[in-house]
Design a protein around this ligand. Structure first.
Ligand code: TIU
Length: 257
């Protein structure tokens, strides 16, 4: 990954970074949020709205793997004994099933359950960190800051769900810790399209108050990697690649042990 810094067309102006000191941060692409009968659905959401995010995240995951860029997957969830679950979070939203209740895909938002894990399309492979977090932000009650410092990471390319909740919280946390953040427009998504659009605007407004936004195609182009489409806003048409590596078991990082 030696060479001049990478420059990506972005909002509010081009984002310049070194892939060697950048991590692809994939926020909470879990069955509990993207598939029926999980946490997202218990909150009353139409989880099918998040499916269009998957190809863009996959294209960046494949790109990061191909150039050896650091990849960190996060998962929102709780210990089986729920000792890390605030009462306020448990009852909030009057869900049809509460966190910890048994559901068709296992206990809702509990670590180790099928529904809590990352969707098959984006399954981590060996060498990629999997960071379990009890809150919305990826820095809260985790060792993410320590991991990034140890890896010499100063810049984050942020993808995942949902834009205005866990992605935004994490980007705000990252800003206050001195990280540069590029949020992927088609690689993030919300149950509320209007919140997604506004959340992206909030990041790049005021000269980039929280960072930058760009499409997955713009990032791939900046990295000198091929995209299958010239239409930056068509995530379903971005590069599809093999899932051959997806069966390799991940290296879980359990925080707060
Ligand atoms: N409900 C919602 O939009 N999001 C979450 O609860 N967590 C994440 O965003 N990951």
């Amino acid at each position: 990954m030696d060479g001049p810094p990478t420059s990506v067309d972005a909002r509010p102006y081009p984002y310049t970074f070194d892939p060697a000191t950048t991590a692809l941060l994939i926020i909470d692409m879990q069955r509990d949020f993207l598939e029926p009968e999980g946490f997202g659905e218990t909150l009353g959401n139409d989880v099918s709205l998040l499916a269009p995010v998957i190809p863009a995240v996959k294209s960046l995951l494949d790109a990061a793997r191909s150039i050896g860029m650091t990849v960190i997957h996060t998962r929102e969830g709780h210990r089986p004994d729920l000792t890390d679950l605030h009462e306020a979070k448990r009852v909030r939203g009057n869900p049809t099933l509460e966190i910890g209740d048994p559901g068709p895909k296992g206990r809702i938002l509990v670590r180790g359950e099928y529904g809590h894990d990352i969707i098959d399309e984006l399954a981590p492979i060996a060498g990629e960190a999997v960071l379990d977090k009890p809150g919305k932000g990826a820095f809260y009650a985790t060792d993410l800051g320590l991991m990034l410092a140890k890896g010499g990471i100063t810049s984050l390319i942020v993808t995942g769900v949902t834009t205005e909740v866990c992605v935004h919280t994490t980007v705000r946390e990252a800003n206050d810790r001195g990280f540069e953040c590029l949020v992927v427009e088609d690689g993030t998504g919300s149950y509320f399209p209007e919140f997604h659009a506004m959340a992206l605007k909030m990041i790049s407004a005021q000269g980039g108050i929280f960072g930058w936004t760009a499409t997955s195609a713009e990032i791939l182009s900046g990295l000198g990697l091929p995209t299958t489409t010239g239409d930056a806003f068509a995530p379903e048409a971005t590069t599809a690649t093999t899932d051959a590596d997806a069966s390799t078991p991940p290296t879980p990082i359990t925080t707060g042990a």
